[in-house]
Design a protein around this ligand. Structure first.
Ligand code: ZN
Length: 128
């Protein structure tokens, strides 16, 4: 499979799994794989139809599905988070990110699930 076929398959599989899990129409309108100049890499999955409540109620299953999707793209799922549309309970994207040293240090300084109002952290593996 080419890289883009892998991304395409991962997007549709995750969409189906989240629809089954949440029992409602969830749309993964775009799945992107990115590499930033700072050294961070990962995937961003833009979503429609997921609310903050869904993450809180189904947190363990959501984490597990996101881990699988991330591993499918050969991205170690060490940092998983959701981005919210500011001022709403609407999830804009689900993300798996391999943090560079500097961004890791920034996130490691914070604590709790909401270091910023637009971020909900699902999983953050602290480094030794
Ligand atoms: Zn970075």
């Amino acid at each position: 499979m080419t890289l883009i076929e892998t991304v395409s398959k991962g997007r549709s599989q995750l969409e189906n799994k989240l629809r089954n899990l949440l029992a409602k129409p969830v749309f993964l309108i775009e799945m992107d794989v990115f590499s930033l100049p700072c050294g961070c890499n990962g995937t961003t999955i833009n979503t429609r139809g997921i609310q903050l409540d869904d993450l809180e109620v189904f947190e363990e299953r959501m984490i597990s599905e996101l881990e699988n999707a991330s591993l499918g793209l050969e991205i170690e799922p060490s940092f998983l988070f959701a981005r919210l549309i500011p001022g709403t309970a609407e999830i804009a994207s689900l993300n798996s990110r391999l943090l560079c040293e500097r961004c890791y240090a920034d996130f490691a300084k914070g604590s709790g699930k909401r270091p910023r109002p637009d971020i909900y952290i699902l999983k953050f593996n602290r480094r030794a």
